[in-house]
Design a protein. Sequence first.
Lengths: 343, 350
Amino acid sequence: MNSNIQAQGKQSTWKKFEAFLNKIGFNPLGLGILIIIAILPTTSYFSQEYIIRWMIMGAFLAAQSVAFDFTAGYINIVNFGFAALLGLGAYTSAIFSNTTPFIAVAPGLNPWISIWLGAIMAGLVGFALAMLTMRLRGIFAAVMAWFLGIALMGLVNNWTALTRGPLGMNPRKFLETTNNLPYFYIVFSMMIGIYIILRMVTKSHYGLAFKAIGQNLDAARASGINPTRYLVFNFTLSAFFAGLLGGFYAHYFGSLTPSTLMHTAKTVEILAIAYIGGRGSLWGGIAVAFPFVFLIELLRSNFTELPGLHLVIYGALMILVMIYYPGGLFGFYTWLKDKFQRK
Amino acid sequence: MAKDSMVRPAAGKSVVSLIKNKLPVFIVAIFSVILFAAIYIKGGNAQILNIFITGGMWALLAVGLALVFGVMNIPHFAHGESFMIGAYVAYFTFTPMQAYLYTNPSKFLSTMAPFGAILTAGLAGLLLGIIIERGIFAPLRHRTKEGWVMNAFLLTVGISFVLSNGANLVMGPNFRGISRYWDVDAVEIAGAYLSVDRLMALAISLVTIGMLWFFLRRTRIGRAIRAVSQDETGAQLVGINLDFIQTLTFSLATAMAAISGASLLFLFQAYPTVGGTPLYYAWYVVMMAGLGNVAGAIIGGFIVAMLQTATQVFVAVSWTTVLPTVVMILVLLIAPSGIFGSEVKGIQES
């Protein structure tokens, strides 16, 4: 009898734990996979520097796709200037942390502080863009975001006194070490943090409002939701995190050029990952990004005579998913779960 | 197509109320006249001619976009890739002809060869349009119409990505261009020298737009296309084959973009991402004029060319992506659905 009570107690702690996990948007399976991913770089095969680089790339793309899906999957507006907002954050942070004489100003802030300035800058531009376009219908907002992205890229290319234009800048790194492992844990924790924050938002009444707006704007308005407020909030938050991730990029790679960072093709890559992962899931992109980076890097290193093959595969997969399996990986997971629970 | 649904103002309505109703159009007209004069004073005849030539090509591209959006509600993002494919096809048909003509010169043939290349590109565009519409949009359309505008937009993004990277894969990143189509001296017009190729590009785009206009206004199938753009269900009820009309519209738009790419081969060399700039300007025109407004797109093409030329004349070429975006923001503040407005059914839905 004693053991029975103990078992019940155990079960209730497990239940409590599960409830807590559920509250911050995890389930035991997801948490397990994340822990495995976190441990992987310390194991012998994965601890090679180039593999850790891939893992960093994977976490970086995954975090981007979470922030992207927050807009695209919930309010059904594709932020087509996502990469440009990311680049804006990267450049702002790089300029504020600059100590070299190559550009006009050298405020020399610590990179750990300047990435927040970059994020705030991207958030402000996202806010302005949202204020301008959110009273229009979705497609206008998407295209305006695209225009804004092109304009920002043009600005970075032309304002050579601050950005050195197409020559690119070399912002200083977060850490002195040349070791990649610490950077992996930085971006990994950024990814988890962004995921938890955005998941908490979407689990609140905000998330419901987002979904309502995304499905039918007029119906949402008729049921008393003020769309502009929610749309602007959503867009700003997503842009803020894009800027933050841009700051990471700047201070990890230590080199920035407009075309490798802000080009529309970069947005399309994120879009493909988020959609194959399943829109409106947030975690779908994370699940897809890691295997994708490995697949792509393997394709790239094995088919050097076919440059850009991985991009074609990206696009083709996205088209196939959109036409024949719009739920993506998330849809597959829910289908599987339903099937098991019914049995 | 906005013209049909426009109600004629009642007789006796004052000029003031007319201006009030069409305020954005008037503001833009006044602004355009001022800018036009300024460009003329600073840049002279050459820049004015430049406006017309650039405007002609943006108009041709934008008309295709507006048509596809108006009839099928597809915000077409792969329009630039049709341009790219047109340029490639024209290159690969024109250079062998040129080589042949080099060994056996013939005046008549060398005048006609460019037309042959451009026409081939147009046909290739038609074929590409049919393949894309039948292979990609028709399955999606038959599966669900829910959230169509956004889904179609993303699909075209995917298509554009696949086509441009596929071209990179097959053709490599090399630039393939020609110096000129017609090997004749430049013509002098009002003190400015202009190559025949540029003049022909303008003529081709005007003739193509004119033919499309005639087709839409005066033929049975054209009427059917306009009917579908106004009301799909109604069109189906009177016996219009929806699938046929949609495939036709899409392939016409693709063919126009391909013709545009082919006739501008001397200016835009064929390479995998050549479609980016034309796509940007075509979208710019369409957003400014009103999504799906075909007549507006023609005028809009020239307005945008004017803005572009003004930036080149007064600031610098490299700013042409920055300043017009600022203007666009202002336009959308005054007239959220474009200067000439758009009355497309799809706008309301998503």
